[in-house]
Design a protein around this ligand. Structure first.
Ligand code: 6PG
Length: 249
């Protein structure tokens, strides 16, 4: 489990790179697990533009979510709702290929239902767990990813999904488990902004100390691809404290 740090001069350049990856991936059937929060929303807007939208073979893609807030799908805070407004309502992704977590349902029963839907559709990988072709994650400024928060994440959780609670707001979430996220064929992070720069520097420093990484309190430091390299897509602001990192040309 190693990390590859890709620094871009702007978020637009990051989104263009992610779009190229999605276009390539869409040449065949693929299951993609999207991150929530605000960062990917600029990418969704780019993907909805005709130039991008016509390059992607949407019929081959299945979209899933790493986590969801326990709110209705049309709520402002809904991760699915944001993707629906910004992207899904603008592109010909077949409705049956949209696998949202139903935030309006009882969290415990929805976690079980979502796990069953994953098992029904997503092929099992070498780890023995369903293996998403691409898991895209974000990172909070406390080091959480998906809805796996510091101090409340069981990295040995045997289930594919679980119910979490935001440590500040108390908001319930349904999230994929650490093991399921790590079982993805590719696991990448999209992180931007200066607010996360110090934490990213500390996480990057763990590259040289796997034993310390394994004990890190930050889920984003520990949830990496089991199968290879985890790529971090950062803008210059997010990478500003990492030293020696140049924007890609
Ligand atoms: C969520 C996300 C969460 C998010 C980070 C970063 O539901 O909030 O899954 O893990 O990726 O909190 O959020 P921002 O992109 O808004 O900074």
């Amino acid at each position: 489990m190693t990390s590859n740090w890709k620094i871009f001069a702007s978020t637009e350049e990051i989104f263009a790179a992610l779009t190229a990856q999605l276009v390539a991936l869409s040449a065949r059937k693929a299951h993609v697990s999207l991150s929530g929060g605000s960062t990917p929303q600029g990418w969704f807007r780019m993907l909805a533009q005709p130039a991008c939208a016509t390059a992607v073979r949407w019929e081959n893609l299945h979209f899933w979510w790493g986590d969801e807030r326990c709110v209705p799908p049309d709520a402002e805070e809904s991760n699915f709702g944001a993707a629906q407004r910004l992207l899904l309502s603008h592109v010909p992704l077949p409705p049956g290929n949209i696998h949202r977590i139903r935030g309006e349902e009882n969290p415990e029963s929805e976690a079980l239902r979502y796990a069953a839907e994953i098992r029904q559709h997503v092929p099992v990988g070498a780890s023995g767990l369903p293996s998403f072709d691409w898991v895209l994650l974000g990172m909070g400024d406390d080091g959480h990813t998906a809805s796996l928060f510091p101090g409340q994440t069981d990295f040995a959780e045997p289930n594919l999904t679980m119910v979490a609670q935001h440590p500040v707001s108390g908001q319930k979430r349904v999230s994929k488990s650490a093991a399921l996220l790590m079982a993805g064929q590719r696991v990448d992070y999209l992180v931007t902004g200066a607010g996360k720069a110090a934490l990213l520097r500390d996480i990057r420093d763990l590259d040289a100390n796997p034993a310390a990484r394994a004990q890190s309190p930050w889920p984003a430091a520990r949830i990496l691809s089991l199968y290879g390299e985890t790529t971090w897509y950062l803008d210059l602001s997010a990478a500003s404290l990492m030293g020696g990192m140049q924007a890609r040309r």
